[in-house]
Ligand binder design. Structure first.
Ligand code: EPU
Length: 421
């Protein structure tokens, strides 16, 4: 078990490159199951969720080679159509194998994901979409068993915009017989990345980047290459690290449009942002941090995956702010831990009321999930004294060696092995 030991209170300074996006990788990798042959991906981050997905794909018979950025997946010898509990319980995104296995093999058995660290996360929309496309779905001993002789095109409308359900529906519809329309489809950049990879395989999809996707099913798809997008959440987290410590940082992040809600809110908070080709330059050396409310929303709104980090940031703002999560109503496990650092945050329903101007002081805190962990690291960087962040295996699921990136910006942060839990 590892922990971070952070000696906080130092302004960050320097430049750093953002890694490839975890969440788009987790969507495109299982999509390779739709074809037969060698697929290659670039800019895949070296984080634990990627290793979990590789292990699951290996279990299904996919051969893989990963050098920490370039990934090859050979789907020639698929031998298993079941995603077992041991894999799915580690990572909910394992449910992404449902659509492609069902579409290509007419059968998939996937363990029900259950709850996650911060509350229930249902998959009803994934299952409804598969049923619409002609699958018979049974629940047997904790497993979803999906069968279909041949999927057929369908009209699918999602009452709630869902990244995962849109991804699964797309991956199933591309090999279905006839045409499908998905309305209220998610328009997150991770879905656009998936659509582009599917199109590279020969899938016929129109409406890319919009909430209406039209799919004309094809008989088969060919192996393809995909250049993965960059991680917008890592980019936002690193920028907040610069802002919270009154630093001056440059972030290599070429897809700035994918982060516009966060960038606008950062400017509202009083830090200076400028843009130089593929870099975002943040200067907070003379900034007074202003209190700025945020409400999470689907893309292009403020991402729920930045909610905890924004909460940490607002602890050092000059006033009170309200941070509301409209995507996940109970994603607030970071609140009591940030309060241990001296923050003054009250959680009411799906909002955090942050009373700013906190003089954060180092303490021992505990990670509970990926983004909560990131908020604690941010708190530790801004706090005076030593902060220990325990259970950083949560953080390692989605941030590629963040301590090295932060150290390259001048942070005093060490990863230490510990028996503490
Ligand atoms: N929802 C349903 N039924 C479903 C699916 C979703 O009611 O069948 C609801 C959810 O409860 C939630 C909303 O729809 O209120 C949106 O959830 P969505 O399905 O979009 O989330 P997801 O696909 O399970 C992905 C990311 C999450 C990110 C969300 C929202 C991946 C692997 N995960 O999850 O990322 O928070 O979209 O943007 O792409 C993270 O990286 O820390 C993370 C949790």
């Amino acid at each position: 078990m590892d922990k971070f030991v952070i000696n906080g209170g130092k302004a960050l300074n320097g430049s750093v490159k953002v890694s490839g996006a975890k969440n788009s990788s987790l969507a495109i990798m299982p999509a390779a199951l739709l074809n037969n042959g060698l697929n290659s991906f670039t800019n895949i981050p070296e984080v634990n969720d990627i290793y979990t997905m590789i292990k699951l794909l290996n279990f299904l018979g996919v051969e893989s080679e990963f050098d920490g950025s370039n990934l090859k997946l050979d789907t020639t010898n698929i031998s298993e159509l079941t995603a077992p509990y041991e894999h799915v319980k580690k990572m909910r995104a394992s449910v992404y194998v449902l659509g492609p296995l069902l579409a290509r093999y007419g059968f998939a058995k996937v363990s029900m994901p259950g709850g996650c660290a911060w509350g229930p996360r249902p998959i009803n929309l994934h299952l409804e979409a598969m049923e619409k496309l002609g699958a018979e779905i049974l629940l047997e001993q904790g497993y979803i068993v999906a069968k279909a002789k041949k999927l057929h095109g369908a009209k699918i409308h999602f009452d709630v915009s869902s990244v995962g359900a849109t991804g699964n529906a797309l991956m199933a519809a591309v090999l279905a017989e006839g045409s499908s329309v998905i309305t209220n489809a998610a328009i997150e950049p991770e879905i656009t990345a998936l659509v582009k990879y599917l199109a590279g395989m020969g899938a016929k999809i129109s409406g890319v980047g919009t909430s209406t996707l039209e799919i004309e099913g094809v008989k088969e798809l060919s192996p393809a290459k995909a250049d993965n997008i960059y991680d917008r959440i890592e980019a936002g987290t690193l920028l907040i690290a610069g802002a919270m410590t009154h630093g001056k940082v440059s972030i290599y992040y070429p897809e700035q449009d994918n982060l516009s809600a966060v960038l606008t809110k950062l400017e509202d908070s009083g830090v200076k942002l400028s843009y130089n080709d593929n870099n975002i330059l943040l200067d907070a050396t003379d900034s007074e941090i202003k209190n700025v409310d945020v409400t999470t929303a689907i893309f292009p709104g403020f991402p729920t995956d930045m909610q905890a980090q924004w909460t940490a940031y607002m602890c050092v703002a000059n006033g009170a702010s309200t941070i509301t999560d409209n995507i996940y109503f109970d994603r607030f496990k970071h609140v009591p831990e940030l309060n241990r650092l001296g923050a003054d945050i009250e959680n009411i329903k799906n909002s955090s009321i942050v009373r700013g101007s906190a003089k954060l002081k180092g303490a021992k805190v505990m990670s509970t999930d990926l983004r909560a962990s990131a908020s604690l690291v941010l708190g530790g960087l801004a706090a005076k004294g030593t902060t220990e962040v325990l259970r950083i295996y949560h953080l390692d699921r989605g941030y590629q060696r963040i301590e090295e990136k932060l150290r390259s910006l001048g942070a005093d942060i060490e990863r230490i092995q510990t028996k503490e839990y």
